[in-house]
Design a protein around this ligand. Structure first.
Ligand code: RIB
Length: 325
């Protein structure tokens, strides 16, 4: 019996967001709108997204003993995330500087701050959390050696989900635990090397699988996602909506996928759920504030598709976009 459907190990950032007409090029200064401060960070985002969907969720993370840390703890608790594993102090809370253009696309620079002080020893000290979670997810805004320690301390029978963002080369022991490894095109390029990400996306999926993960999901934005658990590559369609802000949509996708996998869904079915949650998330501003409840997903996207996506509601319309790149 598990206490948690999902334990997220990862980052928590204050997102400092400015709307811009155009994201600046190198050497350029642009004027934007008023500054908005939102709770974010890929780990905290995943935790809040899962809790909104009613998953019993805990977060292992580190924030600073400061106003940004309190903003994050408030957001996590309001969503129902168990924050007993959120450590406080050691450095200022992580900060993400984000510009969002009128199409809803963003550019992000992260100062990891306290995230970089989440250590392998912190993971070992959280053994109880790790051993009472059905699914454990991580990202890479915390040290890679901390993620490796998570993998070494997984309980038998639990499932590990990794979104390697921001991407870097992964050690074999981390890759071998991923079920699935979830990447977008940019992340696939870093893991495989640019030269190998040239053919069809289905080829990238097979190349990624050959690196050692048990299963792979490649998100392709408006093109949907490709999933593979070793028995052939399946395409999952995107859900088209009007995008306002794509920040954190990938985190919502990962959280929903992990939650559905833990509930017993197959990979394609879980990815179809996740595509709907990611799509709903881009229709509102911010990361955590944009995450939908299961009822909101159903209202926006219609009935859940079958494993092939054939019964999907929310028909595509011109100028609309999927939300899980
Ligand atoms: O994935 C979106 C997140 O990336 C933002 O919330 C920001 O904090 C960065 O971590």
């Amino acid at each position: 019996m598990y206490d948690y459907d999902l334990l997220v190990v990862g980052s928590a950032n204050a997102d400092l967001v400015i709307d811009v007409e155009r994201r600046p090029a190198a050497g350029e200064t642009v004027l934007g709108g008023d500054l908005a401060v939102h709770p974010g960070g890929k780990g905290a985002n995943q935790a809040v997204a899962a809790a909104r969907l009613d998953a019993r969720t805990a977060l292992l993370a580190r924030v600073g003993d400061d106003g940004h840390g309190r903003l994050l703890l408030d957001s996590l608790r309001a969503a129902g995330v168990d924050t007993a594993g959120v450590l406080v102090g050691g450095a200022p809370t992580g900060v993400a500087l984000i510009t969002v253009d009128p199409e809803g696309d963003n550019s992000i620079v992260v100062s990891p701050g306290a995230n970089s002080r989440l250590t392998p020893a912190d993971v070992r000290a959280a053994a109880r959390l790790l051993h009472t979670a059905r699914v454990v997810s991580a990202q890479l805004e915390i040290p890679l050696e901390t993620v490796a320690e998570v993998v070494r301390n997984l309980a038998p029978g639990s499932r590990f989900v990794l979104n390697p963002s921001p991407p870097r080369e992964l050690p074999a022991e981390v890759l071998a635990a991923c079920d699935p490894l979830i990447v977008n095109e940019h992340e696939a390029r870093v893991i495989l090397g640019d030269a190998r990400v040239s053919g069809e996306p289905a080829d990238w999926v097979r190349l990624l699988l050959a690196q050692g993960p048990r299963s792979v999901v490649v998100t392709l934005g408006a093109e949907g996602a490709l999933v593979c658990d070793g028995r052939g590559v399946t395409r999952v369609p995107s859900v088209r909506v009007g995008a306002v802000d794509t920040t954190g949509a990938g985190d919502a996708f990962t959280a929903a996928l992990a939650w559905r996998l833990g509930a017993g869904a197959g990979l394609a079915e879980a990815a179809a759920h996740a595509a709907r949650v990611g799509a709903a998330a881009v229709t509102r501003r911010g990361a955590q504030e944009s995450y939908p409840t299961a009822q909101e997903v159903e209202a926006l996207c219609g009935a859940v598709p079958d494993a092939t996506g054939r019964a999907a509601g929310g028909a595509p319309a011109a100028g609309e976009r999927g939300g899980s790149r």
